[in-house]
Design a protein around this ligand. Sequence first.
Ligand SMILES: Nc1ncnc2c1ncn2[C@@H]1O[C@H](COP(=O)(O)OP(=O)(O)O)[C@@H](O)[C@H]1O
Ligand SMILES: O=P(O)(O)O[C@H]1O[C@H](CO)[C@@H](O[C@H]2O[C@H](CO)[C@@H](O)[C@H](O)[C@H]2O)[C@H](O)[C@H]1O
Length: 461
Amino acid sequence: MPTKGRVTMPKTAPLSPRPAPAADLMASLGDLLRQWLPRQRWFAGKDRPVSELGLLSMTELFPGCLHLLVHTGHGGVPAPGGGAPAGDCYQLLLVVRKHLLPRLGRALIGRAEQGPLAGLTVYDALHDPRSAQLLLERLRHPGTAGPLRFERAPSVPVPSGLPPRLLEAEQSNTSLVYGDEFILKLFRRIQPGVNPDLEVPVALAAQGCRRVPAPVAWFRTTHPQEATLGVLQPYLRDASDGWALALQALASGDDFTVQAHELGRAMAEVHLALAAAFPGTGHEDNGSTAAAMTERLDSAAHSVPALRPFVPGLRSAFGALATCDSGPPAQRVHGDLHLGQVLRAGREWFVIDFEGEPTRPLADRCTAQSPVRDIAGMLRSFDYAARQRRPWRPEWARRCREAFCGGYAALAGWDPRKKHGLLRAYETDRAVYEVLYEARHRPDWLPVPMAAIERLAVRGD
Ligand SMILES: Nc1ncnc2c1ncn2[C@@H]1O[C@H](COP(=O)(O)OP(=O)(O)O)[C@@H](O)[C@H]1O
Ligand SMILES: O=P(O)(O)O[C@H]1O[C@H](CO)[C@@H](O[C@H]2O[C@H](CO)[C@@H](O)[C@H](O)[C@H]2O)[C@H](O)[C@H]1O
């Protein structure tokens, strides 16, 4: 595998002279994917059997590498928490080879037994350095491949031959780092429309906001519907994420309030830039927000029985929101802010991953919302961090909350600490989301948000 110099697109013959018809291809891949998908961190339907699997689009990206969009269904069983459809679309990149490659052991999906790929071995292409390099080549050269469109910001040069490595982070998507210079995030669960993780950073870059790495290339599909598939952006090579830094500080007994204060300030800066980039929104109606939060709580309690005893107490937080003053104006927000979404490089904080909460419909995530949603997300994250160690360190979380809100207030012109009712409702809504998220993805972590649920329902603080 070349690690420097030019990488050229291979000119060998395509995998098959004519692309296999969809039904045939699924005869080869169906059983393999049905077993492999639920084992992937990014697969959202782990809690229900994959009863339907269909091919939405197939493009031979380069010889031996297939780009697929597949639909997975669960026999009409809705996702926990409702709202989300009973089925999802996922993006897969597969390498199909004759021989088993020991160095790609972890990427193995299986050996096809029937259909057009019978006897061939199928891998996740993102673990394959050769395929990862060819993908970067595609992104360097704008153009099309079937329904796929590769586009880029012309002003930023992307050198060829940067060695790829797959990021080993706990992720909702899959990311590849190229030569410690760029990071490519491939969205796994695909929803129609422009992904806010492309739309927002592009808009913020146009505002001159330097707290968010600006996209340099991206790709999308036009079939079966328009959707963003991946975004390449500069890699902050010496950065540590806020979660790792917070855990380090907790382990060594170090103060984290200076960092939390600066983080609050940085977040206020991002909110101001977001308001400028997406102008023209009014105030949210607290009554309808409270109704939506109550609905989410009810459907979450339907899926996660442990929530049920706390529903009356949690509902009171949403009831109180309906009578709160209107708070800061609604605007575009981050939507899933937590310590893992902020990176500290040098002495500066950067904010990443503007996708919003992955279980919400894309249209919802792009609407104007109260900035209190983001603040509540970060405050919940201090609590998550403080609960990673025994004995639990509530004082540590409380000091970080104070410092973060203080830093935010210094720049934003309003103080989250003076919006107790709003904050309580948004923290409750966030904790309910976290209960659902953990129940679906990391059941061992469920006690963390459940502890907050108990506190918010019983004591209300
Ligand atoms: N521009 C960047 N520079 C350095 N690391 C990054 C950058 N963007 C993302 N990362 C790393 O990749 C991880 C996953 O990125 P993220 O956008 O949060 O993906 P996901 O939505 O799949 O969780 C982050 O936690 C961070 O460690
Ligand atoms: O993958 P994303 O970063 O988009 O976010 C999802 O996964 C997060 C966990 O990786 C989850 O965050 C929760 O756990 C964090 C610790 O791992 C904690 O800092 C957050 O406060 C807590 O919400 C996030 O909710 C989910 O959307």
